[in-house]
Design a protein around this ligand. Structure first.
Ligand code: C2E
Ligand code: CA
Ligand code: CA
Length: 414
């Protein structure tokens, strides 16, 4: 998909080879961008500050400071410009650099292996590429906020944790399949704080079980009325055939696998709300399932016996992926977003995604890809037979209320 460049975009080029720099400049100006070129990192950062480019073309290998270092600086400054990485190193190294930049929250437009043709660069500059949106930037005050155990304890008492929901859809039909519940801490002074900042501490300080309990209570309180077939207490406005078979995924920590009463409490929650256990999927990261293999096997088996589903999260990033997948009673495998997000730029990532999807099929598991950020990625997943997709291209995580509105807008009300 190519679009004409409408408002003036600004491309800043950093390359130690003036000839390459000038060539990029020439091509970019030809498609309507304003350009600046420099061959030194010092000038680059100065121009970056004063000129605020919308695009950056960056050479990976330079004598003074390599491109990876430059990207580190850009990430630290939360640079929002779209990045094109160029280099004569092999495509695997380039791909790795692209992934590393995306993981740092930078917006990667593409990677170009030198020598590249004018057409390659022109296509990139004219492509309406999906913005690989960096995570919402925390407010400056929240960044410096040192979270302590007592802060979390107080937040639990004050019920400051909320759950947001991200939809999952069927890759080929596009129909809604379910949601993943993701916790947020709405701090009274600092605003929303992302789970990566407090889950590890909650786990280390023994507060994770209580946090999980609050997440389950809140998300079931939202989800159960949505699933109710008819009559009292059903969420109004959503057509029953849409909610048929919808599932809710909840993340659980490895520590929870030591809590022997977890399964019983869960069953009570479901019974109390008239929710079938088959509607719930518990997501576990593969490394976390390793901590205590004997206890995890027992608890996870009990969960499955009761009818709950189990998903192995972030698959492909741990060390014993295959072993975990075969040994523990999972019903779903979730391809890690780092591969899915880069699948359209990297052949290597596509190979990983496809291998995991194939593996899932041969083990009779449902396959889910998360981090789907473009229509192209979704089409690719459908083509290789991945069952479900989740990601910013479909929807961002939303509050319970906004999710209901999203369902209405997508499927209409009765
Ligand atoms: P996760 O389970 O892998 O969750 C997916 C993360 O990817 C979420 O980040 C989500 O917002 C983000 N994401 C979804 N689609 C896209 C996309 O297209 N592009 C990009 N760049 N990102 C996408 P979030 O909400 O910050 O959660 C981070 C992690 O925190 C989760 O990773 C999960 O491991 C943990 N977590 C979240 N909620 C809970 C919870 O209730 N309990 C526990 N134990 N852990 C939780
Ligand atoms: Ca998850
Ligand atoms: Ca994940």
């Amino acid at each position: 998909m190519t679009t004409p460049i409408t408002q003036k975009q600004r491309l800043l080029i950093l390359d130690d080879d003036p000839l390459v720099g000038c060539t990029i400049q020439f091509i970019a100006e030809d498609v309507g961008l304003e350009t600046r070129f420099t061959s030194t990192p010092e000038d680059f950062f100065e121009i970056l500050e004063s000129w605020k480019p919308t695009h950056i073309a960056l050479d990976l290998i330079m004598p003074a400071m390599d491109g990876v270092e430059v990207m580190k600086h850009l990430a630290r400054e939360a640079c929002g410009a779209r990045l094109i990485i160029t280099s004569g190193v092999g495509s695997r190294v380039l791909d790795a650099a692209g992934r590393s930049a995306a993981e740092r929250g930078l917006d990667i437009l593409g990677v170009l292996s030198k020598p590249f043709s004018a057409g390659d660069l022109r296509r990139l500059l004219l492509t309406e590429a999906p913005r690989s949106t960096p995570p919402p930037r925390p407010t400056p005050s929240a960044v410096g906020f040192e979270i302590s155990e007592s802060d979390i304890r107080l937040a639990l008492e004050n019920r400051e944790f909320i759950v947001v929901y991200q939809p999952k859809i069927d890759c080929s039909s596009g129909s809604l399949a379910g949601f993943e519940g993701l916790v947020r801490w709405i701090h009274p002074d600092y605003g929303p704080i992302s789970p990566d900042r407090f889950i590890p501490l909650a786990e280390a300080s023994g507060l994770i079980d209580e946090l999980t309990e609050q997440v389950i209570e809140e998300s079931l309180g939202w989800f159960a009325p949505l699933c109710r077939p008819s009559g009292s207490g059903r969420t109004a406005g959503v057509r029953p055939e849409i909610v048929d078979g919808l599932s809710l995924s909840i993340n659980i920590s490895a520590k929870t696998l030591n809590d022997v009463r977890f399964v019983d409490r869960l069953e009570m929650h479901c019974m109390g709300r008239g929710l079938a256990p088959e509607r719930l999927i518990f997501e576990l990261t593969e490394t976390s399932a390793m901590d205590d293999p004997v206890a995890s096997l027992a608890l996870l088996t009990r969960l499955r016996v009761k009818g709950f589903h189990l998903s192995i999260d972030d698959f492909g990033t741990g060390f014993s992926s295959m072993l975990q997948l075969v040994r523990l009673p999972f019903s779903e495998v979730k391809v890690d977003k780092s591969f899915v997000m880069t699948a359209m730029q990297s052949e290597e990532s596509r190979t990983v995604v496809k291998s995991i999807v194939d593996l899932g099929h041969s083990l009779d598991l449902r396959t889910v890809a998360e981090g789907v950020e473009s229509a192209e990625a979704l089409a690719y997943l459908a083509e290789i037979g991945c069952s479900l997709a989740q990601g910013f291209h479909i929807a961002r995580p939303m509050s319970g209320e906004a999710t209901l509105k999203w369902i209405d807008e997508r499927h209409g009300v009765h």
